[in-house]
Design a binder for this molecule. Structure first.
Ligand code: FAD
Length: 404
């Protein structure tokens, strides 16, 4: 486990038995594309590259799916972290709408994978709900609703008159079919299994410790002294990018999740929606297939000393109180508490593409609350790019878009 960036009793790593163990690399090998990092992002890249018949290898320093993938809430939604009006100072409205629509495309792609290969990761397509419990913020919600409606997105406005939820809603936007939930650990393993049948090679316990570029490609060296040679290297290492670049990507925070024991009387309405409030810092919650509630948020400035139990306990306590106030009728017992690094960007988007100064160094970094959907887009866009096809929407995720 990446102990520096993940801490606590991570629900998805605990409730799942190890699905498969992968070998560590014991020889020098050659490939076309080296994907560094075996989290959900690396697995998604492995899937799209192998699907497009491109020879590729995943190198994971610890265990597959045990980095931030083991703690992601896996609350998937097309909307971004901030409302469209808040984002307008950082990007254009056209880009915001485009990224909403790309989010839906990414959700559809996950659905397509599930339809084709079976639902082994408790995937469920649901609605997404963004709301405020403050009267003063109702207008902002109405604006968000109007923007999405005008863009042709299927939305419904919820307020006190038609609120189907048991908690207080002054204004909210329900995005029909705009969300999904799954088990990220199972999804990661399923992707790799399917991809290995298409030619992907995946190695765990294989840390990359050095990278060297030459005219015809890249060579990386692993911790046990073996070399992997390829044409390009893709950094899918989540929040650990220092080995590959001095660039800083996004602002790091520490974010927290807690998960309850199974609850037998959760109303069905909560099983068909992923919810986020408009508070600062925000909270978000979802249910699981075995009727648990997971709530997350309470982000604080990044603590490199993630073992600071006192700070962690305070955030877990706040989340528990929040959950109890949202669901006073339920018997809530917290079974898992965990936290980890998280990074966000001004425009809420991740980074997909080539390094501006090195065409053999590529990135797929799903920063922001929609990291998994960005990774899906990264898989599609980068596998096309390798075959010479440039997706113009990749501009939204350009690595140097904040350079001055
Ligand atoms: C509490 C929390 C909740 C979140 N909730 C959501 C959510 O609801 N929805 C969402 O979309 N996103 C969410 N995120 C963001 C989430 O982190 C990402 O979307 C996603 O899990 C990141 O996956 P990844 O594969 O990029 O990173 P990771 O899972 O961290 O994988 C990176 C891997 O790279 C490996 N690695 C690093 N360095 C090397 C090296 N030198 N050599 C080889 N391997 C290396 C690591 O060991 C690690 O396994 C959440 C994050 C947190 C912390």
């Amino acid at each position: 486990m990446d102990t520096q960036y993940v801490k606590g009793d991570c629900i998805f790593a605990r409730i799942n038995k190890t699905i498969k163990q992968y070998e560590y690399l014991t020889e020098d090998i050659e490939t076309e594309v080296m994907i560094i990092g075996g989290g959900v992002t690396g697995a998604i890249l492995g899937y799209y590259f192998s699907k497009n018949n491109i020879n590729c290898v995943i190198l994971e320093k610890a265990r597959i799916g045990h980095g931030s993938t083991s703690i992601t809430t896996s609350l998937l939604q097309y909307e971004l972290d901030s409302n469209a009006m808040e984002l307008k100072s950082y990007t254009s409205m056209e880009n915001i709408i485009k990224s909403y629509k790309l989010g839906i495309k990414a959700l559809d792609e996950i659905q397509e994978f599930i339809d084709k290969y079976g639902n082994r990761c408790d995937f469920k397509r649901v609605d997404s709900f963004l709301y405020t419990a403050k009267k003063l913020e109702k207008k902002g919600m109405e604006e968000e609703y109007d923007i999405r409606k005008e863009a042709g997105l299927p939305v419904e406005f919820i307020d006190e008159d038609n609120n189907p939820f048991l908690f207080d809603v002054k204004g909210g936007v329900l995005g029909k079919g705009g969300g999904a939930v799954f088990d990220p650990y199972k999804f990661t393993h399923h992707l790799i299994e399917v991809s290995c049948e298409k030619g992907l090679r995946a190695y765990e316990n294989t840390e990359v410790i050095d990278v060297k570029y030459c005219d015809d490609g890249v060579t990386v060296e692993t911790v046990y002294g073996h070399k992997v040679k390829g044409k390009i290297v893709i950094v899918a290492t989540g929040y650990n990018t220092e080995l590959f670049t001095k660039r800083t990507f996004g602002t790091k925070t520490t974010t927290f999740n807690i998960a309850t024991s199974p609850i037998d009387n959760i109303e069905d309405i909560y099983k068909n929606v992923v919810t986020r409030d408009n508070r600062v810092p925000y909270n978000y919650f979802r249910t699981t297939r075995d009727n648990r509630l997971i709530i997350g948020g309470e982000d604080i400035n990044f603590i490199p000393d993630i073992y600071n139990e006192q700070l962690c306990s305070k955030s877990y306590e706040t989340l528990e109180q929040r959950l109890k106030s949202l669901f006073p009728n339920l018997n809530i017992e917290i079974e898992y508490r965990y936290c980890g690094a998280f990074a966000s960007t001004q425009d809420n988007l991740g980074f997909i593409g080539k390094d501006p100064t090195n065409s053999k160094l590529w990135y797929c970094l799903g920063y922001g609350a929609n990291g998994i959907l960005f990774a899906m887009l990264g898989g599609m866009m980068l596998s096309k790019l390798y075959s010479g096809e440039v997706d113009k929407d990749m501009n939204l995720f350009k690595v140097d878009r904040f350079d001055h």
